[in-house]
Design a binder for this molecule. Sequence first.
Ligand code: 4AD
Ligand code: MG
Length: 433
Amino acid sequence: MAKKIFVKDLSKYIGKEVTLQGWVRNYRKASSKLRFVIFRDGTGELQAVAWKPELGDKNFEKVKALTLESSVIITGIPKKHPNFENQYELQMTGIKIIHISEDYPIGKKEHGVDFLLSNRHLWLRSSKQNALMKIRHTVYFAICEFLNKNGFFRFDSPILTPNACEGTTTLFEVPYFDQGKAYLSQSGQLYLEAGIMSLGRVYDFGPVFRAEKSKTRKHLTEFWMMDAEAAYVEHKENMNIQEKLIRFVIKSVLKHNLTDLQTLERDIEALRKADAVFKIITYKQMIEILQQKGIDIHYGDDMGAPEEEALVEGSDVPIFVEKWPKHIKPFYMKVDPNDPEISLGSDLIAPEGFGEIIGGSQRENDYKILKKRMEEDEIPINDYQWYLDLRRYGSVPHSGFGVGLERLIGWISGVRYIRETIPFPRMLYRIYP
Ligand code: 4AD
Ligand code: MG
């Protein structure tokens, strides 16, 4: 019996008969005795050569019956591709059909986005989507690896919560027995702030929810966030940790996913260049830079997509925008001891126009200042007693940040539409499939 292998390992078995299990991506008739089958198994793709005199009449008939996305087990001998360096093909010696697929709806012709999204369960099989999912895997585990190596403990925050973390306008409500309403978490941050008082450094990583009525290519209603939080870390060091994390992720993807980046036609040089010292500018400097670029923005305005794009124009590296006017940022951000109108928060803006990938800040650790700010922002103090408690029993300076996983994947893979970076995107007008 031939050894069962995966496509990615093909080159190790040159000249030895092997078996592979997968699906038919495509097929081509070259002559009455010769057919090519493009075969995929999740780990990669290969060209299988079906030569009738070698394969035998019965097996050749099976090859002729193949359709797009039929599932098959093939046996054959890996050989160097006659025309392409570092490519291999399989000289078929046997075939077993597992299932013949009929009228596969995604073909060679161009499909509209709506059609592809309605067929997301099948679209995921295409080469680009497959490459994106592999990059997602690397990014996810690279983030965990970096944090694990840097003393962060995984600390899972709840999804069902009694109140808001990031403002009340984007909450999803869920009926919660006789307790009234619960809300789907927008970020685990507040809970992580409790976690660090036990563990020092913690992170969570999971789905978060925002009932954002925005239809942009950068917004999902359900996306994945990694929130990290650290005791005794202040604003500057917080940004430093973020920079190291992102550069570690870039290196990991370049190491493990070069082929996938090529499949996606990513400008790989641009990605390499981003692995250098990040820029830091203040909010005030950002306003000046944007005004010089002719953008109509004034001190006190928040940033939108056009501003984010203009800001990074000409920059190879991500840019931190720090020290925001406190009224545009959430209540939990620490006020700058040197300027009571400024919050010690930072947004990390990706180059190439991919927008904000991280939001972070030092947290207000003074009980009185925090309580006063919450009152000003009309936050129901009673619901947040536990959060205020953290400032009553051994409060310490601390900071944290939240990485939007899909935004980060979008930038790293050079894919403009966030809907492709998550297996099953949830958006304002779409929850199927
Ligand atoms: O900037 P945000 O809102 O920050 C927080 O939620 C903090 N509590 C995080 C923390 O400090 N632990 O969200 C963090 C990141 C953004 O920078 C962005 O990358 C992503 O989450 N994000 C979204 N991604 C996709 N769709 C949306 N609707 C998003 N909203 C935010
Ligand atoms: Mg933000």
